[in-house]
Design a protein around this ligand. Structure first.
Ligand code: KIV
Ligand code: ZN
Length: 524
């Protein structure tokens, strides 16, 4: 079945599945649901919610996304991944069946190197296994996607034979993955063009592609495939994913929009939500994009050289091929003051793509008033950092009441910290510690108060906007019992931002360990 609109490129977002497979990632169920809501607002056509058989948490996230996002008006299709075996397919179906528009996604190798090294038998046996899996899945669901894994390195004739057999068996989408990011644009485009020409029944399926970025070619390869007739692309926000990642959603969407006259193609994405979505994914994963990242990097619209600045002042079009507004890049002018009032604050957040629940909104408003008091100019970018901080996805057991540090050129940095324990409000938790630096001292003091052995695996801090009164945004990732938990904090004081980020990661640990104890003697 060819796509309904031949000039539309359908966007399949796999941030929550392939993106989440990136090393060191750990989104909790609430965070996945939050991101899925944002993807739906962004206007993607398909959300791959996860790989349900891989863990109970992933299953729960897929099920909640199907029920809470998949049932909204105009919701995207909800899909999830299965290997070509009944138990995986059963798990996917159980997880996504409550979404009115759903699809089962099956993956099975097609390259000889995969077939041999994974001990999958002969090519014929793999083919039969794929056919059986599709027939099994079609008993439940009218929409089944088949991905011949490592197609980029497969024998072409066998790939096309596989595609034909899977469509014959009932696959409604054929997704061609360049799993290892090995192919070159003209090669991958040629492969898709040949597939369109040589596979007899290709008109009965949607042709999709899924490109990895090992050689930095994921977006170029996806574009070459589109040029050769593919009308669905699998991609992720910020290009996150296995190893070097997947094709970046924001780049693909903006290429199609910016060069629409030449390409004659479009997507259904609301491009003004690209930057806020990127910010949300960065905050929740703790994985920040580089400043020169196309579309959503901090410098993507910054003109530094005098010649460029002069040109832009005369006419933006001299050096800009798209506007920051088009992609929702935060405005750096003053946007709000406390006098603007709650209504204007909520309205601006909505314009920036945020729909906060009442309690999160109340916290964000309070935080805004505090920030506006400290900072002369509150920008959209400040608001984004503040919302990422306040729209928390787990109940906050521990909140930071006081941070005091002593550091400088002599002596070891020391910190005093006071926490409020929501489960034991009668006790005040206060302790002090030294560390290699002030942030280390703060984290050590917090760790002494909270009996949850964690290892800090990653810590970043960055200024949200320019200027001496800039907000600092801190992200941490901690390991607890083999799992990674991320935390985010924002404040005009980077030590406080770091302490908040550490607390938010520990709150996520606490949310999954209901009976966390507080060490004896640490209460004051
Ligand atoms: O890279 C890959 O081959 C995949 C498939 C599941 C599509 O992620
Ligand atoms: Zn992949």
């Amino acid at each position: 079945m060819a796509p309904a609109d031949p000039n539309r490129v359908y966007i399949f977002d796999t941030t929550l599945r392939d993106g989440e497979q990136a090393p060191g990632f750990a989104l909790n169920v609430e965070e996945k649901v939050e991101i899925a809501h944002q993807l739906a607002r962004l206007g993607v056509d398909v959300i791959e919610a996860g790989f349900p058989i891989s863990s109970p948490g992933d299953f729960a996230a897929c099920q909640r996304i199907a029920r809470e996002v998949g049932t909204l008006d105009g919701a995207p299709v909800i899909t999830a991944l299965a290997r070509a075996v009944p138990k995986d397919i059963d798990a996917v179906w159980e997880a996504i069946r409550d979404a009115p528009r759903n699809q089962i996604h099956i993956v099975l190798s097609v390259s000889d190197i995969h077939i041999e090294k994974k001990g999958l038998g002969t090519r014929q046996q793999v083919l039969e296994k794929g056919v059986a899996a599709i027939e099994y899945a079609r008993q439940f669901c009218d929409h089944v996607e088949y991905s011949p894994e490592d197609a980029g390195r497969a024998d072409r004739a066998y790939l096309y034979e596989t595609v034909e057999a899977m469509i014959e068996a009932g696959a409604t989408v054929i997704n061609v993955p360049d799993t290892t990011g090995y192919t070159l644009p003209h090669e991958f485009g040629g492969m898709i063009g040949d597939l369109m020409r040589h596979v007899r029944n290709v008109g009965n399926a949607i042709v999709s592609v899924h490109c990895h970025n090992d050689l930095g070619l994921a977006v170029a390869n996806s574009l070459a495939a589109i040029d050769n007739g593919a009308r669905r692309v699998e991609c992720t926000i910020n290009g996150i994913g296995e190893r070097a990642g997947n094709a970046s959603l924001e780049e693909l969407v903006m290429i199609l929009r910016t060069r629409e006259k030449l390409l004659g193609l479009h997507t259904g994405v609301n491009t003004r939500l690209l930057a806020p979505t990127s910010q949300l994914v960065q905050a929740r994963t703790g994985m920040h994009v580089q400043a020169n990242k196309a579309i959503v990097g901090a410098n993507a619209f910054a003109h530094a050289s005098g010649i460029h600045q002069d040109g832009v002042l005369k006419d933006k079009l001299t050096y800009e091929i798209m506007t920051p507004e088009e992609v929702g890049v935060a405005d750096t002018r003053i946007v709000l003051s406390p006098r603007s009032g709650r209504h204007a604050f909520r309205h601006r957040l909505q314009e920036l793509g945020y729909e906060l629940a009442d309690d999160a909104f109340a916290r964000a408003w309070e935080a805004f008033l505090v920030l506006a008091d400290k900072k002369k100019e509150v920008t959209d970018r400040d608001l984004q950092a503040l919302v990422a901080d306040e729209a928390r996805t787990v109940p906050e057991r521990f909140t930071l009441e006081l941070v005091q540090v002593a550091c400088g050129t002599s002596g070891r940095p020391s910190a005093t910290v006071r926490l409020h324990d929501g489960e034991r409000p009668d006790r005040v938790l206060e302790d002090a510690a030294v560390g290699d630096g002030p942030v280390d001292a703060v984290c050590n003091a917090i760790a002494r108060l909270v009996d949850m052995p964690t290892v800090l695996v990653d810590f970043t801090v960055r200024a949200v906007t320019g200027g001496l009164d800039a907000m600092g945004e801190a992200s941490v990732r901690v390991r607890h019992e083999g799992r990674i938990f991320s935390g985010h904090g924002a404040d005009t004081d980077i030590i406080v931002a770091s302490a908040k980020a550490y607390c938010s990661a520990l709150n996520k640990v606490a949310a999954e360990r209901p009976a966390v104890s507080v060490p004896a003697g640490s209460g004051v």
